[in-house]
Design a protein around this ligand. Structure first.
Ligand SMILES: [Zn+2]
Length: 895
């Protein structure tokens, strides 16, 4: 992290006869390599890793023996190392004697090098042995220390790893790029009352003279990238089960063992599913899923040793189906990675979507098949894809597969374009390919062909094209590569505009770009697999009609009698549709007389699209409100949640300007809100619907809602743990409780004592939603300190504080004042920093704020000014400003 802060970009001179400018090593000598990426002349074959962590002093020593093979004649070996103090280095080439060598270090790029006097020849093998010492990391990456308080109130320490994307180098010197796959043999020493875990099963334990025990793990049976290596030293306890050839275990701190059953059962079912779906068995003998008390990401797919936050793995007896669903979907995602990412890995971070887009897609796909009762799966995915569209509509977005040339850019790839847009275009492709099994056959072919290797985006499209060409002879026009490249090689997505004259329907495409700046106009075109349904047949898959729009515009024929058409059936395509005034009016009339004429995903996509078009300036806000009139008849969670979410964005903007606003929401949703119950509810989709509706009702201070929530909290508090609040209502109840002086303190006390983390997190969101300025400042500071509130929760605290009127300016000040400490905890460009910037700035809509935000970020220089999320923030404020200028006067008249 420190290195990325002081990152200096070196650009190599363009002309080949100029020598590269070599930087200086720490010892003052020239460092023999001047690029961010490592040379390809030497390749690691195996690492022998010995680690001796000292959890009392928070340090460790290590020895790494790297066996390498020479691919091209060379005199240098360059690899990664960060914050490691190398104490001894020896080198052996072929059969020669082992000798001492000097290691040069260039800290800015986290590289070390050994320069040899003679040239190594292609085909030779060599061994580099490095002894080193280091401190355990106090952030969330590398080999880091973590702790928790046990039942007796004692602090227990542990150490765990998080290497993706660039932190394996903080634990051992290595070729830390995904294409340098190798085998690993790992040994770790520990105190006798601790256990160790790593990617592979343990083979032996040996007592050491110093009273410690050394555990040795089997050498990895597969070649793997460094970012997938993992080890843990802790006092966790497991539960286990055999699934075909694999021993599946779930580990947690001892007192949470009773919360692990659901995860074990779910992981076992999903492992069986993937084994048969991919027609390749999971290749390792064991699979551990470990809940770590202090963990920043949601989870990490380390091969054979998947790590999780406690909230994404543990399920209490009282957990609601919604919480179970979160756990199931995170497990499904990480298990999918064991094939997509671990077995077949992207060659470089520019194609991160091959890992993340696939795992995200498979996560929803597998859950639908394995747990069809979790009916909400479709809903979440639909709404998530809307958020990816919103981000991708900005000029600051990037192509799915895009250039990545420094550590910040690597971190920034972990965003909704790689995850949700990646998953969306796979879904679009799957819908479009003829026959149910086509897509699956293509990915099986891809996995088999590249098993153990690295790939780029074209390899995937080629595999899918091959399968398609040989299976569907009659449909040669289905060239997957040709179609999909238009979705992965350029940023953004198309807006398809429909204009109809009788039976003739013209579809026109253009780049949906939210900007008022004419200079950013692009002539991008996409190969769009348009689907549509009409009032003749609009619900089942048999109704789908297809039209391939490759050029600027195209025409399709409809019977004149067709009253309306809806494009993008069930929102499986990654584009937005404008139906023109008449088209929108016809759809609105159809929904007003019967909401059931379209699927709920179609209804939700109409709502999302019309809000987006209003932001683009293509429809008036009056038209948006007009469509929402049908809402009083809406019953499903997907359209309701989307509408509330969109209105909430506007509500928050108006609120920050102290404009008395959207009580209109209550008017449209009033009867729906009143119909919600406060008892236990079994159906997942009803739970989702009611938590969204009641959340809005209470935040708009609807009297009945507030009273019910207060009563539930009181009952819960007085029952001394015997009564419970239904899981889906906890958030609403805690948020209401936190608004009262006394109950806020009660809630803080509960937060400190409750063990179940999903509930704890909702309490924290409640606490952070207070409108008391002193408490807001306190909670922000506590999140940064990390004692009462874990620092991993700070992004959540900031985003909650920013939603309210009382806190958003405090949060913005807090971020500016503590920027350096924030980027020490959360790397520049990381998802956590993206979240923090977005929450703090997306509430602004005035020129004065735009200037301040711009001023602050440009003053940061190499400490973050170049981040894509900064560009995104500035664009968003400008768009907010434009929207307000245009719509505020009218809104003030209506509302
Ligand atoms: Zn992932």
């Amino acid at each position: 992290i420190v290195a990325s802060m002081t990152m200096v970009l070196y650009f190599l001179p363009g002309c080949t006869f100029t020598k590269p400018v070599y930087p200086l090593s720490t010892n003052g000598k020239l460092f023999p390599w001047a690029q961010f990426r490592l040379p390809r002349s030497v390749r690691p074959v195996n690492y022998d890793l010995t680690l001796n962590p000292d959890l009392n002093n928070m340090t460790f020593t290590g020895r790494t023996v790297i066996t390498m093979s020479v691919l091209h004649n060379t005199k240098i070996i360059v690899l990664h190392s960060a914050h490691l103090n190398i104490t001894k280095a020896t080198f052996k080439l072929g059969d020669q004697e082992t000798r001492d060598v000097t290691v040069l270090e260039y800290q800015t790029r986290q590289q070390i090098a050994v320069q040899l006097s003679e040239e190594m020849k292609a085909g030779q093998s060599c061994v580099l042995t490095l002894d080193y010492s280091a401190s355990l990391s106090h952030t969330y990456d590398g080999f880091y220390n973590s702790s928790y308080i046990d039942k007796e109130g004692n602090k227990r320490v542990l150490a765990a790893t998080q290497f993706e994307p660039l932190s394996a180098r903080k634990a051992f010197p290595c070729f830390d790029e995904p294409a340098f796959k190798a085998t690993f043999l790992i040994k770790i020493s520990r105190k006798s009352n601790y256990t160790t875990l790593s990617n592979m099963p343990q083979v032996k334990s040996t007592p050491l003279p110093n009273g410690l025990v050394q555990d040795e793990f089997e050498k990895t049976s597969v070649n793997m990238s460094t970012y997938l290596v993992a080890f843990i030293v802790a006092d966790f306890t497991p539960i286990s089960k055999n699934v075909s050839e694999t021993l599946v275990s779930v580990y947690s701190v001892p007192e949470k063992k009773e919360h692990t059953d659901y995860a074990l059962d779910t992981a076992s079912k999903l492992l069986e599913f993937y084994n048969s779906f991919f027609e390749i068995n999971y290749p390792l003998k064991k699979l551990d899923l470990v809940a770590i008390p202090d963990f920043l990401a949601g989870a990490m797919e380390n091969w054979g040793l998947i790590t999780f936050r406690e909230t994404t793995l543990l399920v209490g007896n009282q957990s609601s189906p919604l919480e179970k669903q979160l756990v199931a979907s995170v497990i499904a995602h990480e298990l999918a990675h064991q094939w997509f990412g671990n077995l077949v890995t992207m060659s470089w971070w520019n194609d991160l979507w091959l890992n993340e887009g696939f795992a995200t897609y498979m996560q929803y796909m597998s859950l639908q098949t394995v747990f069809p009762t979790l009916d909400i799966v479709t809903l979440c995915f639909t709404l998530l894809r809307f958020r990816a569209l919103d981000k991708d509509a900005l000029n600051s977005s990037h192509a799915v597969s895009t250039e990545v040339n420094n550590p910040e850019q690597v971190e920034e790839m972990f965003d909704s374009v790689s995850y949700e847009k990646g998953a969306s275009i796979l879904m679009m492709l799957n819908t479009w390919l003829p026959g149910k099994q086509q897509f699956r056959k293509g990915i099986i072919q891809y996995l088999k062909q590249f098993s153990g290797l690295n790939t780029d985006t074209d390899d995937l499209w080629n595999s899918l094209t091959q399968v398609c060409v040989c299976v569907c002879v009659s449909a040669q026009h289905h060239n997957v590569s040709e179609m999909m490249r238009s979705w992965t090689s350029q940023k953004g997505f198309p807006l398809v505009t429909v204009s109809r004259q009788g039976g003739q329907v013209t579809l026109t495409q253009e780049h949906f770009l939210l900007t008022s700046d004419k200079a950013t106009y692009t002539s991008s075109l996409w190969n769009i697999p348009v689907t549509y349904v009409t009032d003749n047949c609009s619900l089942g898959p048999e109704c789908i009609q297809m039209f391939n729009l490759k050029t600027k515009s195209g025409t399709l024929e409809l019977p004149e009698s067709v009253k309306w058409l809806k494009l993008n059936y069930r929102n499986t395509g990654f584009y937005i549709v404008h139906y023109g005034d008449e088209g929108w009016a016809a759809l609105k009339d159809a929904l007003s007389s019967n909401v059931q004429v379209l699927t709920q995903e179609d209804r939700a996509s109409l709502i999302h699209n019309i809000f987006a078009l209003s932001r683009l300036g293509r429809v008036s806000f009056y038209q948006v409100l007009n469509l929402l009139k049908y809402m009083s008849n809406e019953t499903e969670s997907c359209p309701v949640t989307e509408a509330l979410l969109q209105l909430n964005v506007i509500y928050r903007l108006l609120d920050k300007r102290q404009e008395d606003s959207l009580h209109y929401i209550l008017y449209r949703f009033g009867s729906l809100m009143d119909n919600q119950t406060w008892g236990e509810e079994e159906s997942v989709s009803k739970q989702e619907l009611r938590s969204a509706l009641l959340g809005s009702a209470c935040s708009l201070n609807q009297e009945n809602c507030i009273q019910q929530a207060k009563a539930l909290f009181k009952h819960y508090d007085e029952s001394n743990g015997t009564s419970r609040i239904p899981g889906d209502l906890q958030q609403v109840v805690f948020t209401v409780a936190a608004q009262s002086n006394e109950d806020w303190l009660t809630l803080l006390h509960m937060y400190q004592t409750v063990t179940y983390d999903a509930e704890k997190r909702k309490m924290l969101r409640g606490l952070a939603s207070t409108q008391d300025a002193r408490r807001i400042v306190w909670i922000l500071k506590a999140g940064l300190r990390g004692d009462i509130i874990q620092t991993q929760e700070l992004p959540l605290v900031i985003s909650t504080v920013c939603n309210g009127f009382a806190g958003y300016l405090f949060a913005w000040d807090f971020i500016q004042e503590n920027w350096d400490r924030l980027i020490e905890k959360f790397p520049i460009g990381s998802y956590a920093i993206q979240t923090i910037i977005k929450s703090a700035t997306s509430q602004f809509s005035t020129q004065a704020h735009l200037d301040r935000v711009q001023g602050f970020f440009s003053s940061l220089k190499e400490r973050g000014s170049q981040m894509r999320s900064v560009q995104e923030a500035l664009e968003t404020i400008r768009l907010n400003q434009r929207w307000m200028d245009k719509n505020l006067p009218t809104l003030q008249k209506w509302l």
